[in-house]
Design a binder for this molecule. Structure first.
Ligand code: ATP
Ligand code: LTN
Length: 333
């Protein structure tokens, strides 16, 4: 870790196969920020238990997510790539921070409201306290910046409030983190229902594009994407949510503005535009898919990264927990 660099923490849940939304909203920025910051990128396996998981699948998806981190270009020597459950401090700090978080705050979280509707038969306490564990993840490493998609902004604000509240009682302890939310990729919407976000746990496979989807599947999914009865390729979230989502995706993948996209396709047909979007996404994902196939076939290598990095993460995390334990009045061992 370079002492004069600021610190980043972010995490992704191994709760399913990753989508284009996860890539454009989060993973791509993890890579872009890796040279400028000391980065902790975590596979947040403990968070996934808030929804029922199949144990064997969870284990496989945790390896898969690490392989995807590497395939997207994260350097395992430069970044701390690790599993949340390997560092016991996450659970420890989460308990303490839970005592500085109000029920009212947690019940206002929109993700809790959404997920408790979707999993009405399993509204468990973990689902409710999920944002406290997320705050612990971030605050443990004294993180300055947290790259996330727009849907996580509310959780980050809660983490900031918890940090400020703790600091006000015990003196400066935590860094109050800032979100890093990308311009165009922050909120990629479902391809069939563009009024809701693209989500890896969606039951309709045509709603999302997976990072690992083959080229022909990607192009087919974009061809089927819902648009509108008009004919103009123009950005208007309210009137044209489907086309606006495609403009957003193309702008994000090509790294241009929405206006550039409108200009490029001015007078063009929806069909041709959808084809161009599909092809540009497939081109972007192809090299990642190739590298992913190599990494996922070498579990020994993946395990060596996890072991080494769990140690690095633990060192920092344990020192924060000691500081917190001391401040709240525990006898240190
Ligand atoms: P689930 O659908 O199971 O709730 P998720 O994909 O929403 O999962 P995570 O895997 O934890 O949740 O998300 C990892 C990162 O990807 C987060 O920073 C999140 O904000 C971002 N992200 C998720 N979906 C999108 C999306 N549709 N557009 C942009 N960013 C997204
Ligand atoms: N809650 C996030 C995943 C997550 C996270 C974090 C993101 C858990 N801990 C810490 C950033 C920082 C989600 O559902 N997308």
């Amino acid at each position: 870790m370079t002492p004069d660099k600021k610190t980043i923490f972010s995490g992704v849940q191994p709760s399913g196969n990753l989508t284009l939304g996860n890539y454009l909203g989060a993973l791509r920025n993890f890579c872009r920020l890796q040279d400028e910051y000391n980065c902790y990128y975590c596979v947040v396996d403990m968070h996934t238990l808030t929804v029922r998981q199949n144990p064997e699948e969870l284990r496989e998806r945790s390896y898969a997510l690490l392989a995807l981190y590497l395939a997207c270009g994260l350097d395992p020597d430069k970044n701390v790539l690790f599993l949340q459950s390997h560092v016991h401090s996450h659970a420890e700090l989460s308990w303490v921070l839970g005592c500085y978080t109000y029920m009212g705050e947690l019940s206002r979280m929109t993700q809790f409201k959404d997920k408790s509707q979707r999993h009405a038969d399993n509204i468990n306490a973990g689902l409710f306290t999920y944002p406290v564990l997320m705050a612990a993840d971030i605050l443990l490493y004294k993180s300055d910046l947290v790259p996330i998609g727009a849907d996580q902004k509310q959780h980050l604000e809660l983490a900031r409030n918890i940090a400020e509240r703790f600091n006000a009682v015990y003196g400066d302890t935590f860094v109050v983190p800032e979100p890093f939310i990308p311009g165009n990729g922050a909120r990629i919407m479902s391809l069939q229902e563009p009024d809701k976000k693209m989500s890896k746990s969606d039951t309709n496979v045509n709603n999302f594009v997976l990072i690992t989807d083959p080229r022909d599947v990607i192009i087919k999914k974009f061809k089927k994407a819902v648009t509108d009865s008009g004919a103009e390729i123009r950005y208007d979230e309210n009137e044209k949510p489907g086309i606006s989502n495609l403009i957003n995706i193309y702008a994000s993948v090509k790294d241009v503005t929405r206006q550039d996209v409108e200009k490029e396709f001015e007078g063009g047909r929806y069909g041709d535009f959808k084809k161009a979007v599909g092809e540009s996404v497939a081109d972007t994902l192809a090299p990642i898919q190739e590298r992913y196939a190599e990494f996922i076939s070498d579990k020994t290598y993946l395990e060596s990264i996890l072991r080494r990095n769990a140690e690095k993460a633990s060192e920092k995390a344990e020192s924060t927990v000691r500081e917190v334990y001391e401040k709240v009045g525990f006898i240190l061992k």
